[in-house]
Write a protein of this length. Structure first.
Length: 482
């Protein structure tokens, strides 16, 4: 069947299911969330096998960074579902007396989730959890760059959730384009910003709201007062321990002082040797590069003439296995491609400055990152960093782990994204907050109705200024004379 027909049929079927009211009850939502939870638990081995096939992802990373984050999202949504769904009473205000007021969360309708290849299980299911919790029907388009996970999701979802309301459509650019041509009630896209622009322009045709989870260059600033060994381990864990650097919140480059750089480099090198041995290309604990396009892209970043002699650690690669070793570069020029593009791989440039405060201007001279990290014991510096550096999220003295906290929003700012999700923010991303004001037939204020008179205006002015006498006059139906 043609991609356009598949897309149109998927949307139409789901629209009919949504219109039937099937997705609205809490019981339906909870059943789907329990289904996803069961899927993640029962299919752990199959999910890990797919992630290994797509990325040679180590089992520990597959479990800790994908499966367990999905199960904790499901549990969090199940625990909070009733609370999220309950209309929230708000003060009614004197102007509308007597009345009650509330905010009711209603589902948006039929939503499209387009996910990326680097965390292909997590990034597909996590937004779906929010969409279901908020009572929507969902079409999920997994990434074709991770084909084993995409096909596993297409097989598994119908076994665990209501396929009349939650549907997987597999495919690449043609299929995604066909989906984007349909009218959705929300589009949630994870991936690079070039495609983010395409998604937004399709959405604009129908005034469809979007969440765009994009990327960028995430800086790590390292002060000279840190616990060096802990710092090096935590940078390594957030970089190479996350899909070999193919993660949106991986450290993209380090900024430290000229005087501290040799110590940091030495510590990072030792940690890397301890983690991945003397021949990291043979380590089973490092993911491979996803495909030859990305392998060649990363090789080109390393091989650029003005960059090649800046490699101070690593640099080995194996095209057959699509493996690239953890690689450190010292002071590549700021106009080199590695410092202009998102690295999204195992290469980590270290940029040196005279004083650590210079890092602020350097970060702010680039696009706003998805995450920014600072290692320091100096609380004044941390405060200044928080106040002066704009980023989707921020962590002090660690990297990447903020995404495990369901109470924190996860999303970008500026070029790194639009909107956010996780925990309550996922529910909010897929719900419309409807204002509901419920008035009594009492409380007729004649002063609000024509014919307008100076007397009525005086009463209304008094009411708007909160004058108690005017309130009483309005409530008892005074007109203020002529
Ligand atoms: P990708 O190649 O898997 O693409 C993402 C999705 O876009 C896929 O489903 C794909 O089919 C679709 N797509 C690709 N080209 C398209 C086109 N021309 N028209 C319509 N749809 C198209 O993933 P990617 O973009 O390589 O992902 C890596 C990027 O995503 C990095 O920039 C990374 O930082 C970012 N990312 C962000 C997050 C986040 O949560 N903010 C998470 C992961 C990745």
């Amino acid at each position: 069947m043609e991609a356009v027909t598949v897309a149109a049929q998927a949307r139409e079927r789901l629209r009919a299911s949504f219109a039937s009211g099937r997705t609205r009850p809490a019981a339906w939502r909870a059943a789907q969330l329990r289904g996803l939870l069961r899927m993640a638990v029962e299919m752990e081995a199959e999910i890990c096998a797919a992630l290994r096939a797509d990325l040679a992802k180590p089992r520990t990373e597959s479990y800790v960074h994908e499966i367990s984050l999905v199960t904790s999202s499901c549990k969090f949504a199940l625990k909070n579902l009733q609370k999220w769904m309950k209309p929230k009473k708000v003060p009614a205000g004197l102007l509308t007396f007597p009345s009650t007021a509330r905010v009711t969360a209603e589902p948006l309708g039929v939503v499209l989730v387009i996910s990326a290849w680097n965390y292909p299980f997590l990034l597909a299911i996590d937004p779906v959890i929010g969409a279901i919790a908020a009572g929507n029907a969902v079409v999920l388009k997994p990434s074709e760059i991770a084909p084993a996970t995409s096909s596993l999701l297409a097989d598994l979802l119908p076994q665990y959730v209501d396929s009349s309301c939650i549907k997987v459509v597999e495919g690449g650019v043609a299929e995604t384009t066909a989906l984007l041509e349909q009218k959705w009630d929300k589009i949630f896209y994870t991936g690079n910003s070039k495609v983010g622009l395409i998604v937004m322009s399709f959405a604009a045709k129908h005034l469809t709201p979007v969440v765009l989870e994009l990327g960028g260059k995430c800086p790590v600033v390292v002060d000279s007062n840190v616990d060096l060994h802990v710092t090096a381990k935590r940078i390594a864990a957030g970089k190479w321990g996350c899909n070999n650097g193919q993660a949106c919140i991986s450290p993209d480059y380090i900024i430290t002082t000229k005087s501290f750089a040799p110590k940091l480099l030495d510590s990072l090198s030792k940690v890397l040797e301890k983690f991945y041995g003397k021949d990291p290309l043979r380590s089973a604990d490092l993911s491979r590069i996803v495909n030859s396009n990305h392998f060649n892209r990363l090789k080109a970043l390393m091989d650029e003439e003005m960059v090649y002699d800046k490699i101070v650690f690593g640099g080995q690669s194996d095209e057959q296995q699509l493996k690239i070793a953890p690689t450190l570069l010292l002071d590549p020029p700021l106009d080199s491609a590695i410092m202009k593009e998102e690295v999204f791989g195992p290469l980590l440039p270290i940029i040196t400055v005279d004083k650590i405060h210079e890092s602020f201007a350097l970060i702010n001279s680039m696009s706003k990152p998805l995450a920014a990290y600072l290692f320091s014991k100096d609380s004044k510096l941390k405060h200044q960093f928080e106040r002066n550096v704009s980023a989707g999220g921020m962590v002090f003295n660690d990297t990447s782990i903020h995404l495990t906290n369901q109470h924190l929003p996860f999303g970008g700012v500026g070029e790194s994204g639009v909107g956010s999700y996780h925990g309550t923010f996922s529910f909010d991303a897929f719900a419309h907050k409807k204002a509901v004001l419920d008035r009594s037939f009492l409380g007729e204020a004649k002063a609000r109705y024509p014919p307008y008179t100076p007397g009525k205006l005086k009463i209304l002015k008094g009411v708007l200024k909160g004058n108690p006498l005017a309130m009483v006059q309005a409530a008892v139906g005074c007109t203020g004379g002529a």
